[in-house]
Design a protein around this ligand. Structure first.
Ligand SMILES: Cc1ncc(COP(=O)(O)O)c(C=O)c1O
Length: 373
């Protein structure tokens, strides 16, 4: 039995007719760039996130950049974020002309550690971007408390956290803005590239809408220098269909995570994910930690089980950010995670049999390999 890391085909098969009908409507209306299908998705997604506004854009990276631009972040500013994220979080800061300032993460949730934020704040700090890594939200109350006391904006990078909750509040609804990626493999994935920013601040929403559309506030009136960041109509239609299924798919991911947790509970040498008391994790990624990661992954590959690593090199050690001057041991927990993380197959349609096979092969591998010293 093959166990893929992700099976988009299985998901597509379950909604094939709904998708065909939605795509046909876009074609019949030739509403390809922005337009009514994007607007309808924006309305539904804002309400899903318990926010007043959603602005559909071309990708999660664009969402982050538009949020920062809309908040007025620019050259000379600093934005605090974490190094164990996809590079897009830092890129969006850099594309505004600002500088990413990294802080280390919490040992158990792998999210921004609120205890180390204060020390990173300087007179140039303008914003904080917590990343809700793997589908679990960062400790938002503590982050918001620090941000409000220092008059800093907060942009949630919720690109991996569609439908995740913090003390019952939805990802994206706590900071000034929340950014989502609809890259095809996400919990809510488009059939191409797409993203969105959500906010309940109407003035910010208006600015972000203008930035997304060449700085236009009305037809041919360009009040600011913007960009083409629009979502296309086909993606809006696909996302509207898929949003109807998202809660059920997230529930299925949680059920799958519980089965992995249970089967791997008493296994030495692997650390399963921790769901914080405050969190409703949506398991975009189910990442184990083990010191034998590379051997484990190649053994599993030999048994037809595909895994991933999110992410093998933290952003501060990437060549692209060498000018920031961070060496090894700058952020020890993020670096340790990068060395030890292995992401197991995780998607809604994963079967109990597949999870049992993955868990059994992990246990067999660990029994065969040398004990940890
Ligand atoms: C944490 C995080 N931030 C930002 C992004 C960027 O999103 P996109 O690939 O849609 O531009 C991603 C997507 O992989 C992500 O996982």
């Amino acid at each position: 039995m093959r166990v893929p890391f992700l099976d988009l085909k299985a998901q597509y098969e379950s909604i094939r007719d709904e998708i065909a009908e939605a795509l046909q409507q876009v074609l019949d209306n030739t509403a390809f760039a922005g337009g009514p299908f994007v607007e309808s998705f924006e309305k539904d997604f804002a309400s899903f996130c318990a926010c007043e506004h959603a602005i559909g854009v071309g990708s999660g990276t664009t969402a982050l950049w538009i949020a920062l631009s809309g908040l007025g972040i620019g050259p000379g500013d600093e934005v605090i974020t974490v190094p164990n994220t996809f590079i897009a979080t830092a890129e969006a800061i850099s594309f505004c002309g600002a500088t990413p300032v990294f802080v280390d993460v919490d040992e158990r949730t792998y999210n921004m550690n609120p205890d180390v934020i204060e020390a990173a704040i300087t007179p140039r700090t303008k914003a904080i971007i917590p990343v809700h890594l793997f589908g679990q939200m960062a400790d938002m109350d503590r982050i918001m408390e620090i941000a409000r006391a220092r008059e800093l904006s907060v942009v949630e990078d919720a690109c991996q956290a569609h439908g995740a909750q913090y003390k019952g509040r939805r990802a994206g609804s706590i900071g000034d803005a929340g950014c989502f990626s609809f890259y095809p493999g996400k919990n809510l994935g488009a059939y191409g590239e797409a993203g969105a920013v959500v906010t309940s601040n109407s003035e910010l929403a208006e600015r972000m809408r203008a930035v997304r559309d060449h700085g236009q506030t009305r037809k041919s009136c360009h009040t600011i220098i913007g960009w083409n960041g629009r979502m296309d109509g086909l993606q809006g239609a696909v996302l509207s269909v898929k949003l109807r299924h998202l809660s059920a798919w997230n529930d299925a991911r949680r059920k799958n995570a519980r089965l992995y947790d249970q089967l791997l509970a008493d296994v030495d040498d692997v650390l399963t994910p921790t769901e914080a008391d405050y969190a409703r994790h949506v398991y975009h990624v189910y990442a184990l930690r083990t010191q034998n990661r590379d051997d484990l992954m190649s053994t599993l590959a030999g048994k037809d089980i595909s895994c991933g690593i999110h992410y093998p090199v933290p952003v501060h050690l990437q060549e692209a950010y060498k000018q920031l001057g961070h060496g090894k041991n700058s952020f020890p927990i993020a670096e340790k995670c990068a060395d030890e993380f292995v992401s197991l197959p995780m998607f809604a349609e994963l079967t109990a049999e597949q999870i049992e096979k993955v868990s059994k092969e992990i246990i067999c591998f660990l029994e065969r390999s040398a004990p940890r010293v």
